[in-house]
Design a protein around this ligand. Sequence first.
Ligand code: ATP
Ligand code: MG
Length: 365
Amino acid sequence: MYKATINVLKQLEKQGYKAYAVGGYPRDLYLGRKSLDVDICTNATPKEIKEVFKNVKLDAMKYGSVTLIYNKVRFEITTFRKEIKYEDNRRPVKIEYINDLEEDLRRRDFIINTLCMDSNGVIIDLLGAEEDLKTRRIRMVGNVKKRLKEDILRILRAVRFATILNFDLDPDLEKYIKKYGRLVKKLSYERKKEELDKIFSSPNVKYGIDLLIKLKLDKHLEIPKLRNIIITSSLLGIWSQLDVLEIYKFNNNEKKIIKQINELMNKDLLANENLYKYGLYVSTIVGEIKGIDRKIINEKYHSLYITSRNEIAITYKEICKLLNKKPGSFLKVILDDIESKIVKKELINDKKVLKKYIINNYTSI
Ligand code: ATP
Ligand code: MG
């Protein structure tokens, strides 16, 4: 990632533009953390950026920002800008391209996100980011009240960065988050969920949840049950306890798992048929919520004779041959029956045993 970043910066510079890695990548590099992608800021306009990277795949061109995939690394290249007018406490509606790095840094959210790296790998710190990274705190760039009200997503971003990095919120920032926290209601549920997902899947999730509660954001985010949940290793375990399936937007897979967790909560988790039906992933989450030792669940699950239907030791073809019949609806009846008996350990999953059982019970079917 480092080499790819240097190369991208050099290519822009070769054409006479200024270019710096900014935000997450230099910040994480400084902290010794892994980044997923790299944000670059430059005085080249999106059209000019496209000219520089003619031969490379340019994914999308949003709002003065170009996505470039280079050596499998995702670069978000954004033209230096001033954000002039914000609407509805979210996203700027008017921007102006500028030529100056420092001014670009001033429109950014937190001081720790203003650290830059140039094409020689030299760190450039115009607004005191290193100081905040050392003292482990999240401070807003500029006037806290104004910058929070401009874009209310910054409230959740502040809590997210504090959680993930295990940093403190600057007292002034905390004060205004408390004051304007109710405005998070204006954010779309997609944006709110995106930020909460990142908080809930952090190893520091306990700190993040405590922060949300301390700042009274649980109420404004319509997740009052946050106070009483048990933290699980999977974020879906957390979401399932918040009871917001009808409000927040989940994809189909997430919905399915949350429903399964809620269903299994009211059943005997250690019953073989339930371990089989819900599988190890959902069972482990429910185990965490119910306080059942993970080792016990693991052992019981791995002692099941089968963990899915295709592990049954006899195939439908063999059953047909055995009964000398053509495939038909009787197959489902037999397979359902032997599956259930194997899961309950009333039958051993062995071809000979199953054949004998089928002959004894189904020859007249
Ligand atoms: P990560 O990518 O690890 O989540 P990041 O700091 O790179 O963290 P991005 O969302 O990728 O965050 O944004 C890149 C940079 O753009 C940020 O570091 C910040 O400087 C700026 N930025 C992003 N969102 C905002 C915002 N809502 N208000 C002001 N600046 C922002
Ligand atoms: Mg980023």
